[in-house]
Design a protein around this ligand. Structure first.
Ligand code: HEC
Length: 101
């Protein structure tokens, strides 16, 4: 019985561990085509973004704005398109998560 439970825990734990890395709101809104947690793709990595805004008091506001309305000339290279379809509550959740990376 105990053995069965520990085997079950093992299989439940693996998908949970993966699903915690990137929240579904970032996957569903295609953020992952241009961003990863720790590697620069077309956009800066979320770790780099978190680092840049670490001591910025307006970090949440700035990032919310960038996600909703797009962003350009902050990181050099290409601009980020706007995502006006994401509601403000979700944008705030996304920003919170990014700043914790
Ligand atoms: C087409 C590619 C692309 C997509 C899709 C994309 N980004 Fe970006 N993102 C970029 C680029 C390029 C930059 C750098 C823009 C700049 O230099 O200002 C950036 C910058 C950012 C920044 C930093 C903005 C700042 O003010 O410094 C955040 C946060 C961010 N993206 C989050 C997201 C989220 C969340 C999504 C999904 C809703 C997303 N991105 C989708 C390309 C993309």
């Amino acid at each position: 019985m105990l053995k069965k439970i520990s085997i079950m825990c093992f299989f439940v734990y693996i998908p949970l561990a993966f699903s915690q890395t990137i929240p579904s709101s970032l996957k569903n809104n295609n953020c992952v085509t241009c961003h990863t947690i720790n590697k620069k793709l077309m956009g800066p990595s979320w770790k780099d973004i978190a680092n840049k805004y670490k001591s910025n008091q307006n970090a949440m506001q700035t990032i919310n704005q960038s996600i909703s309305s797009g962003s350009s000339n902050k990181w050099g290279g290409m601009p980020m398109p706007a995502s006006p379809q994401i509601n403000q509550e979700e944008v705030t959740e996304i920003s919170k998560w990014i700043l914790q990376q």
